[in-house]
Design a protein around this ligand. Structure first.
Ligand code: EPZ
Length: 431
């Protein structure tokens, strides 16, 4: 298992190009199942989760081609299977997104239950309830969701989500594009990635109104066509690099990012005392003199402060001046990074869904272990700040969601290196 070796104490100073959004690219490539024509997708990030999604599509019989500009062409003209197997689904929960398109186009699908993960049980009951309301018969047998539609075609209906669910909204929006009649999704997720998927579906001939609001209306059509789409930049990758520059007291310029995707994060960074400037297609951050100011926050569905940035801001508060509370309202167990930060000297007390963080002057490097994608990013940032060397283990979590993280940080001056298990601990330090 690879590890990242980090020597802290260097203020970042450089420029990073932001990659395409993982959580937009995943539903967009899966939307190819809705048509028998080719879908060409640009700005796909080079991430393990994308590889897994393309492997799953290949398993179903989708033809996947990568052109010389790394655009990906996916074509579901000749599907050979409608079953998403456990060995693929368990490595990536977003695989559940194949359920809606397969049901809508073929009237049947079998998808392994994704199972829980480090940040919580992560049920898919709202997905299943929505499909049943659209006329599917759904059963769960031997760990698989088995769904079929008598008469082969789903029926439009009104669905009110008990909880805002991003992939639940995406799954049912995709299914509704080919349903008979109109579907209304109420209390729908408003994330930019949902909007990006809707834009792609509309290019394919879908009739969708209201994406980006809490009420989405989808008028079913008989078939969808191929299209060409460029996914939006990754707002969480961007927020993570801004937090890295803020944590190290440095400066950074992010290219290829629309600041409107980051308003809640930019607001909190400004509240903490960082200087932020916005350009057409870029964002710059620098830290004025002195330490950041501790700032309270609560995670919320978009446009609120994103749960995927909570771990990074726990770290910022851990080294800020003063004390703050960080409350996680989206997932029930998303503080796995706290115990690792405490081992580095952070002063954090957990009280249910709230962390009380008291800023300390310095953190000390240590051997730490990543548990989930964003927690591992937080530990990398902690290593950039801590005195001495930090070794982050199990960084396959990072590779799921960050494209070339050590290269991007190193080009901003960070002392960071990836070593494979065999090299460590011989590779004693990072020059
Ligand atoms: C998406 O996960 C993202 N993943 C997550 O990003 C992100 O953290 C999350 O949305 C919240 O923004 C992708 O888009 C691939 P949810 P998703 O359904 O859709 C509960 C990352 O780091 N719920 O919006 O799985 C659920 O338990 C990942 O890139 C139900 O109870 O999250 C949670 O408490 C991590 N029943 C809340 O809703 C359901 O049927 C929000 O979950 C569905 C969800």
């Amino acid at each position: 298992m690879d590890k990242l070796l980090i020597s802290g104490g260097v203020p970042l100073d450089g420029e990073v190009r932001i990659s395409g959004a993982k959580n937009a690219a995943l539903p967009v490539v899966i939307a190819s199942l809705l048509t028998d024509q080719a879908l060409v997708v640009h700005n796909i990030p080079h991430l393990q989760d994308i590889t897994t999604a393309l492997e799953l599509l290949g398993h179903l019989g989708v033809r996947v081609q990568v052109d010389d500009r790394f655009a990906i062409e996916v074509n579901a003209a000749q599907l050979t299977s409608r079953r998403a197997p456990y060995e693929l689904v368990r490595t990536m929960r977003a695989s559940i997104l194949v359920l809606g398109p397969l049901l809508a186009r073929f009237g049947e699908a079998e998808v392994s239950l994704p199972g829980g993960c480090a940040i919580g049980s992560r049920p898919v009951d709202l997905h299943i309830k929505g499909f049943e309301m659209m006329g599917a018969e759904v059963s769960v047998e031997e760990g698989y969701i088995k769904a079929k539609v008598n008469g082969r075609r789903l029926s439009g209906t009104k669905i009110v989500f008990d909880t805002v669910t991003v992939t639940g909204t995406e799954n049912l929006m995709m299914a509704a594009t080919l349903a008979r009649g109109t579907t209304i999704l109420e209390n729908a997720a408003r994330e930019p990635e949902v909007v990006d998927l809707a834009r792609c579906l509309i290019k394919m001939g879908a009739r969708i109104h209201g994406a980006g609001t809490g009420l989405i209306e989808i008028e079913g059509v008989d078939r969808l066509t191929g299209a060409e789409h460029r996914v939006i930049p990754d707002r969480i990758e961007a927020g993570t690099y801004l937090a890295a520059a803020a944590a190290t007291g440095g400066r950074i310029r992010l290219c290829g990012i629309d600041a409107r995707l980051l308003e809640a994060v930019l607001g909190k960074l400004t509240e903490m005392g960082a200087g932020v400037s916005i350009e057409e297609d870029a964002v710059q951050l620098h830290v004025k003199e002195g330490r950041l100011q501790a700032t309270d926050l609560r995670t919320q569905p978009f446009p609120g402060f994103p749960s995927d940035m909570q771990a990074q801001f726990i770290l910022l508060n851990a080294i800020a001046s003063g004390a703050a509370t960080v409350t996680e309202t989206v997932f029930e167990n998303r503080f796995m990074h706290v115990q690792e930060l405490q081992r580095m000297g952070a002063d954090i007390e957990l009280r249910g869904h709230t962390a009380l963080v008291r800023g300390v002057e310095t953190l000390s490097g240590a051997q730490v272990m990543a548990t989930d994608l964003r927690a591992s990013a937080c530990l990398v940032l902690a290593g950039l700040v801590a005195e001495g060397q930090t070794v982050v283990d199990r960084i396959y979590h990072i590779d799921r969601g960050y494209d070339c993280i050590e290269e991007k940080l190193a080009q901003c001056g960070a002392r960071i290196r990836r070593v494979s298990r065999g090299q460590y601990p011989h590779a004693a330090s990072v020059s």
